[in-house]
Every structure is written in C-alpha cells, then in structure tokens.
Design a protein around this ligand. Sequence first.
Ligand SMILES: Cc1ncc(COP(=O)(O)O)c(C=O)c1O
Length: 235
Amino acid sequence: MIDIDRIRSDFPFLDRRIDGQPVIYLDSANTSQKPRQVIDAMSDFLRDGYAPINRSAYRMAAAATDAYEGARAAIAQFIGAASPDEVVFTRNATEALNMFAQGWTRAHLSAGDAVVLTHMEHHANVVPWQMMAAERGIQLRWIPLTTDGHLDLTDLDRLLDGAKVLSFTAMSNVLGTLNPVRKLCDAAHAAGAIAMVDACQSVPHSVTDVTAMGADLCAFSAHKMLGPSGIGALW
Ligand SMILES: Cc1ncc(COP(=O)(O)O)c(C=O)c1O
C-alpha cells in the first residue's frame, strides 16, 4: 500500500492551507512540487558548498565538481545509460529537443528530407521541427491518432519510408497514452531513421531503460520529477 500521509509529509508545499483548506496539487505532469530532501540538498549546496564546477582546482571547487558529475552519473544509472558521458545536461527538455532538432538537423538534413512526428506531441517537439521545415525545407509527416487517443500506426511503414528522423513522445502529456516505444524505435531503424524519444512524462512515471527502449536519443526534465527547474537532459 502507498502511504499517502508519509509521502505528503515530504512536501512542505502541501502543509499550506488556502482559504483554510488543505492543498491538493493536481498539476504534477506540468511541474512537480519539491520534496524537502530536494529543497534541503539545494539549500545545503548554496549555503555550505557553493563553488565553481569544472573550472577550478581548490578543495571547494573539486567537491562541487564531484557533486555535479555525481549527479550526471546518478542520472545515467537512473535511465540505464551505459556511461555518464552519454548524459548532456540542458536547461530543460525543450532545450534537449531543440539541441537535436536544430543542431543535428542543420548539419545532416537538407530540403526534402522527411521527419516523422505524431499528432500527440508537446509543442516542444513540434516547434523546433517547424522551424527547421521553414529554414531548411524539411518535410514533416505526421502519425495520426485513433479516436480513443492512441497512435494510429496503420500507415507507419509508408510514413517512415525514406524518413531521416522519427521523433515522438513516450507518454502523452495530454492523454496519458503510453506509446509502444520499442516498436516505434525498431520501425524507425528498419527504415534507416534516427529515433528520438521525448521521455519528459515517461521518465517520472515509469522505470526507464534507454537501452531497452532502443532509442538513439532521449529528452527529459528534472522539474517534472521532483527536481529543480532549470535542468534537463539529452541522452
Ligand atoms: C511531453 C512533454 N515534452 C516536453 C515538455 C517540455 O518540457 P520542459 O518544460 O522541460 O521544457 C513537456 C512539458 O510539459 C512535456 O510534457
């Protein structure tokens, strides 16, 4: 059984009363509240351990660097990455998605190359590709939805035919739909495309193993899984 009272006691925000009523927070898929363990770790660092990272050799800086790189190693382990070197810290998932969509695309795609997206993407996985379509003439193709909110994969092979990228969400932020990540990554690879997974909602909600997912890249954010805002990752 989940001990709700014990979990609530981790979140100082939930001790508040608004208009005399206890707070019930239902917006965690948007951004989560922070437990006291995270608040304490952040304020401990700012109060007692703040120093530059990867820029100085004195003792405080070395300790701060170890903590920072230790976080990268913890994230790598959390998502089943082979090495911390595979984890690039970004400001959020939006930046991670843009880093790939704009960085890689500018170097590797040209007019007429196709990128496949789905109709359940968050704006963060749509706008960067629309920008690339406008700038580079990249062709966008869309996997439609069924009436019950799943991906309609009837035409997947045709949509992927000749495509260079399939970029899709593992879990819809609107519908909660869980997409068949492995199947989609395998289909992308069979068509010679790179598979980018927006794992912003799935990493907080389920055990993540990027190797088992079969993805090439994966984007997610700390602020949706109890961590601070201002940091995310591109694997
Ligand atoms: C599926 C999905 N992708 C991307 C994002 C953007 O995440 P971030 O706020 O970390 O940029 C969100 C945020 O709501 C999301 O739900």
